[in-house]
Ligand binder design. Structure first.
Ligand SMILES: [Zn+2]
Length: 327
């Protein structure tokens, strides 16, 4: 697991947790909240390791306890996660039964409830009783990516720990670490701030075609002997009327369009399609910056209405016509 990424991207959270462990000021329940991909659950496991690690430098990640927590085989760490889309009452009852037993191993007992926003009302009532009768030896960690959907009574009984959204650099590096080529990792990291979601996007049938099709389209826009409209009609058929692919296509077009604007500003560090530097440079010479901004606005508009168009093809034709128009 990418604990380095947690330490890097959630440095403030890690510091807060480390301090409370060092000073022995632990809350009975924590609510780890933040955007999708901010690693709330991974941090919950990391926190459990801090609490149960046997070495001086906690968590060492290598001792018997740290390893068992990572593999979810430590008897003092209990994880509850939604079954299908909800956390049911029986799961909370099971948790309470488990935690009322005398522990076999010394140290804190920790329960982690993943996606607490998905808890059913009956289950929430059982949990509230649990939260109202705190036990010194028990620490609860509730995680969520949707704080607004959580009952106020649960929020008021927890210490809220807010997670920063993962930066695209961290997501990009995480994807490279699990084997993605750099240019794909870079594009994916700009489509989502979640590594899991990025992997889902990468697995969409048509993803690879689209990320390569977008620079081809811009090539045709640049090349006066080619017609982007024709290229799209010939090769873009798989995109039209498929809402997932359409959205992806527009997102990638927007990324490349923004690259042109970055280029105008001399900002090379934020280029996404950086392997197409020549293309981007030529596009920046083809039309003035304000035209590129207008085009970007048109793209954002098309992108926001994709699923509402009666004639999606017409919307694409209009957009490509504007992109090809010289003045
Ligand atoms: Zn350890």
């Amino acid at each position: 697991m990418a604990f380095d990424a947690i330490r890097k991207s959630q440095a403030r959270v890690v510091q807060l947790l480390e301090n409370s462990v060092k000073k022995g000021r632990l809350s009975h329940a924590y609510l780890f909240e933040g955007a999708i991909g901010a690693k709330q659950y991974e941090t919950a496991l990391y926190f459990a390791q801090m609490l149960l690690c046997q070495s001086d430098d906690k968590p060492c990640l290598t001792c018997h306890n740290c390893k068992r927590i990572l593999h979810l085989t430590h008897p003092n760490v209990y994880v509850v996660e939604p079954i299908k889309t909800s956390i049911r009452k029986q799961q909370i009852v099971d948790l309470q039964i488990e935690f009322s037993k005398t522990s076999i191993e010394p140290g804190k007992k920790i329960y982690i409830i993943k996606d607490i926003d998905k808890i059913q009302v009956g289950a929430a009532n059982s949990l509230l009783k649990f939260l109202e009768e705190p036990h010194d030896n028990i620490v609860g960690i509730l995680t969520t990516t949707n704080r607004n959907a959580i009952l106020p009574t649960i929020i008021s009984r927890s210490q809220i720990v807010s997670f920063a959204s993962l930066s695209s650099t961290v997501v990009e590096q995480d994807l490279i670490d699990v084997g993605y080529e750099k240019y794909k990792a870079r594009i994916l990291s700009h489509l989502t701030s979640s590594v899991n979601e990025a992997e889902e996007i990468a697995s969409i049938d048509g993803f690879e075609e689209i990320i390569d099709f977008v620079p081809d389209m811009y090539d045709a826009i640049l090349d006066e002997t080619k017609s982007a409209l024709m290229v799209f009609h010939d090769q873009g058929d798989f995109i039209v009327f498929d809402n997932v692919l359409s959205k992806l296509f527009m997102q990638c077009m927007i990324l490349l369009q923004k690259d042109i604007l970055h280029y105008f500003d001399g900002d090379m560090t934020h280029l996404v399609y950086e392997q197409h530097l020549d293309l981007i440079s030529n596009l920046s010479q083809q039309k003035p910056k304000n035209r590129r901004i207008e085009e970007l606005e048109h793209m954002l508009d098309v992108s926001s209405r994709l699923d509402r168009y009666i004639n999606q093809r017409l919307a694409y034709d209009n957009l490509l016509y504007e992109l090809e128009r010289s003045e």
